[in-house]
Design a protein around this ligand. Structure first.
Ligand code: HEM
Length: 485
């Protein structure tokens, strides 16, 4: 017994010595935190924006922190982001993604399988495929809105705006991308309910901090979703050229077994549905709490619908909506907060834009957090906390792309979609979806705040780093079809 304990202590000491480090001259400032091994993990996970802002004040635009035994170099100077984005030789995107996939989805795919899937998906979300997807999506949004608010309904209906936007867009996205065979509303609602439970536990799964009861819930919810999704894409009901059918075929050709395929489809469900609903919520919320912005967007949308003779405006093709585009860009600036993480697979010199150089050590991670800079940087955006719907528009209505830091024009002035080879493949589809949804809600329905003085809810701080933020609580709204005055 005593020998076992001694061996264990020795092993721990040995591990501690191996993973502990002191700063070399070539390293960025190092902040290990007070707790051995764990370092800053708890503070990082609780509110990453607050923690990283604190580190930025202490160390500047680049520093290395220890979190749960890993060393993460955080870079917060947007002028230097290209050195990270453009280097796929020393920095690897997939390894970190694999760690998250294993923790969240219990899914293991090889580097090669993931790279192949990415190439395939990129092709399926552009050109004629994209036009077809936009068309199907708009049909489903319209039908679901009608089911939610029948045209003859005279009374106001009250709901939380987040719940309303996320559930409706999830269902429309599910029908469009995962199968119309499940178009029974009860089925759809129960899939959404399970998905939402899964989404609520996602950050804890990613950090490995689920409590025992939560662990059981996560496992049972995953199991139910795998069962729902097992047949999705196997038949050609979405069209034999659908992305999901192609994805399933690709996995089959790669020899991936059926259980793993269902897990991979759940990963895609989250990747394709996890951000659109929350983004639509923030946009509608900011519009409702900023009457001038709402008026400007409504004016543009009603003008667009008058110009369109087809009766189905904004549905199937790119539309010219500069006010809407600027309001969406501004919404995403305030509420899109992904980490852009890479694993250092060979030692790399980080050349900062200010001329400083640091060595990134093999085995470490490097992380950009564009939410802090550029997106919320007061040097780039005046009053960065404020929603200004026309921030991304010039006076002549053209798109504003000139933003400066340190007197130099920025290449990356907002990064909701990531960037470079690992940027979002669904960007255009997502923008079209949000535009269609906002258009249909604002033109066909009366939508207003239950409390005219209500403010936007706080952000759920534990979600920094995982794409679109979500609110803590909700914003109560009421709605009814417009023609029933
Ligand atoms: C507002 C909506 C959305 C936002 C803000 C968003 C944002 C992002 C970001 C930041 C990434 C990069 C993640 C990283 O670097 O780790 C990403 C990746 C991805 N997105 Fe989106 N996304 C949205 C909607 C969508 C939609 C609608 C689809 C598909 C229909 C989609 C499909 C994907 C896929 C497949 C990837 C992984 C790309 C890869 O493997 O490199 N996204 N998204």
């Amino acid at each position: 017994m005593i020998w076992t304990v001694l061996l264990l202590v020795q092993a721990l000491l040995f591990y501690f010595i191996l993973t502990n480090r002191s700063r070399r001259k070539t390293d960025p400032p190092l902040d290990k935190g007070l707790v051995p091994w764990l370092g800053h993990a708890l503070e990082f996970g609780k509110d990453a924006a607050k923690f990283l802002n604190r580190m930025k004040l202490k160390h500047g635009n680049v520093f290395t922190v220890r979190a749960a035994g890993r060393y993460v170099t955080v870079l917060l100077d947007p002028h230097s982001y290209d050195t990270i984005m453009n280097d796929s030789e020393s920095l690897d995107f997939i390894r970190h993604a694999q760690v998250l996939m294993e923790r969240i989805f219990t899914l293991r795919l090889s580097h090669h399988q993931m790279a192949k899937a990415k190439t395939m998906m990129t092709k399926h979300f552009m050109g004629t495929n994209l036009a077809a997807l936009n068309h199907t999506m708009s049909r489903h949004i319209q039908a679901l809105l009608k089911a939610e608010m029948p045209p003859n309904q005279k009374d106001w209906k009250e709901k939380g705006l987040f719940d309303f936007s996320y559930s409706l867009l999830f269902k429309a996205g599910y029908l469009t991308l995962f199968g119309e065979q499940n178009n029974n509303t009860t089925d759809l609602s129960s899939i959404y309910e399970e998905y939402k439970k899964f989404d609520d536990l996602l950050t804890k799964m990613a950090r490995g901090t689920l409590k025992s009861e939560e662990g059981k819930t996560a496992q049972s919810v995953r199991q139910k979703l795998w069962e729902f999704l097992a047949p999705a894409g196997l038949t050609a009901d979405l069209g034999s050229r659908s992305w999901l059918h192609a994805y399933r075929r690709l996995l089959q050709e790669e020899g991936v077994d059926e259980e793993t395929q269902a897990k991979a489809v759940l990963l895609q469900l989250w990747a394709t549905q996890g951000n659109v609903g929350p983004a639509a919520f923030w946009l509608l919320g900011y519009l409702l709490t900023n009457p001038q912005a709402l008026w400007a967007v409504k004016k543009e949308l009603s003008w667009t619908s008058q110009v369109e003779a087809s009766g189905t405006p904004l549905m199937d093709r790119p539309a010219t909506t500069p006010v809407f585009d600027s309001a969406l860009e501004e919404t995403l600036r305030l509420t899109a907060a992904p980490f852009i993480t890479r694993e250092v697979v060979q030692e790399k010199t980080l050349h900062m834009a200010d001329g400083q150089e640091y060595l990134l050590r093999k085995g470490d991670r490097v992380c950009l957090f564009p939410f802090i800079s550029p997106q919320m940087d007061p040097e780039i955006y005046q009053e960065p906390q404020k929603f200004k719907y026309d921030r991304f528009m010039n006076k002549d209505g053209s798109v504003k792309k000139d933003f400066y830091k340190g007197g130099r024009r920025l290449k990356y002035y907002t990064m909701p979609w990531g960037a470079g080879t690992n940027g979002c493949v669904g960007k255009q589809f997502a923008i079209n979806t949000i535009r269609q949804f906002v258009y249909m809600v604002l033109t066909n329905y009366d939508l207003e705040l239950c409390d005219p003085n209500a403010q936007m809810p706080e952000v759920n701080a534990s979600r920094y780093g995982f794409g679109m933020l979500q609110p803590q609580g909700d914003l109560s709204v009421r709605y009814k079809p417009r023609n029933t005055h």
